[in-house]
Ligand binder design. Structure first.
Ligand SMILES: NC(=O)c1ccc[n+]([C@@H]2O[C@H](COP(=O)([O-])OP(=O)(O)OC[C@H]3O[C@@H](n4cnc5c(N)ncnc54)[C@H](OP(=O)(O)O)[C@@H]3O)[C@@H](O)[C@H]2O)c1
Length: 274
């Protein structure tokens, strides 16, 4: 099955523009929208991916008007196993010069593990873990071949500590952080910049999708502040493998790794108690 790309240029007149292309996964709301705006402001064209077309079409029109950027809208459900390969094929069909991939799609589930719908757990792992892994792998050759490639995977402060009442979510984000840091190590010296971004609680559609504000724990930043942290890290001469957004969130992540597990888990359980 082929994937249709809708773009702000007619398909037949969309040649390789010479502009680098950033692929943003999760571009219909939250961090993904802000990442798309920042890449467009830097002179990139975009591929916007999520399930909902309408917000992405509106964003594409905005990016064209404000930055002259062409944004290709690709509606995809990334919990479908063949979705990453369909995206890669659609990008290849367009001959787009992809230099950046931002994996920002993800969702959480609040509540005790024993009470969480098993189908929802499977979708959460499919999106937060499998899609991020497969997309990172499929796009890596293009990112490595690009003059200044960027792979940015959105993890979470939940990656730094198992999460009572958000057990699966925290585990998926620990995976994203671990995977991304390993790719960082494997690709050192290649010119590719790899970064795991760990935001703390940030006002997006995330909490509504998770079904609760119950794990809004930590230093609260705005979406723009979080994305600033990411671009600051990407712009460093020697970019780190991981960055936590917000000094208090960073401190919490460090302390969580130092104190005995039973202590940090007891604190986490109290903070996320329903
Ligand atoms: N907000 C926070 O407090 C926070 C903190 C730490 C980490 N994070 C992480 O930040 C990332 C972005 O979240 P956000 O805060 O920006 O939340 P958001 O506003 O809910 O955005 C989530 C994005 O993922 C997309 N998405 C969800 N399911 C999808 C699917 N099956 N296929 C394709 N796309 C899908 C959504 O688009 P559609 O619904 O249109 O598909 C949306 O664009 C996530 O990985 C999240 O875990 C968020």
């Amino acid at each position: 099955m082929s994937t249709q790309l809708a773009s702000t240029q007619p398909a037949s007149t969309a040649p390789r523009s010479g502009r680098p292309v950033a692929v943003v996964i999760g571009a219909s709301s939250g961090f993904g929208v802000e990442f798309a705006r920042r890449f467009a402001a830097r002179g990139d064209d975009l591929v916007l991916v999520a399930r909902r077309s309408e917000p992405m079409a509106a964003l594409a029109a905005e990016l064209l008007a404000s930055h002259g950027a062409t944004a290709h809208v690709v509606p995809l459900d990334l919990t479908e196993p063949d979705a990453p390969a369909r995206l890669l094929a659609a990008v290849a069909e367009r001959d787009l010069a992809v230099h950046a991939l931002v994996n920002s799609a993800g969702f959480g589930s609040f509540g005790p593990f024993a009470a969480t719908d098993p189908d929802r757990i499977a979708r959460e792992i499919a999106l937060n873990v499998t899609a991020v892994t497969v997309l990172s792998r499929l796009f890596l050759p293009a990112l490595l071949a690009a003059p200044a490639g960027v792979l940015l995977n959105v993890a979470s402060t939940a990656a730094y500590l198992p999460g009572p009442n958000l057990a699966v979510y925290a585990a998926t984000k620990a995976y994203v952080r671990s995977l991304t840091e390993a790719i960082w190590a494997e690709t050192r010296g290649t010119g590719l910049t790899v970064l795991a971004l760990s935001p703390g609680p940030t006002q997006t559609e995330f909490f509504a999708a998770a079904g609760s504000d119950g794990f809004k724990v930590g230093q609260i930043l705005t979406v723009a502040e979080v994305v600033d942290v990411a671009f600051h890290a990407l712009g460093r001469r020697n970019p780190p493998p991981s960055v936590v957004a917000g000094p208090l969130n960073k401190l919490t992540a460090v302390v969580a790794g130092l104190v005995p597990r039973r202590v940090s888990l007891a604190v986490a359980r109290r903070l996320t108690a329903q």
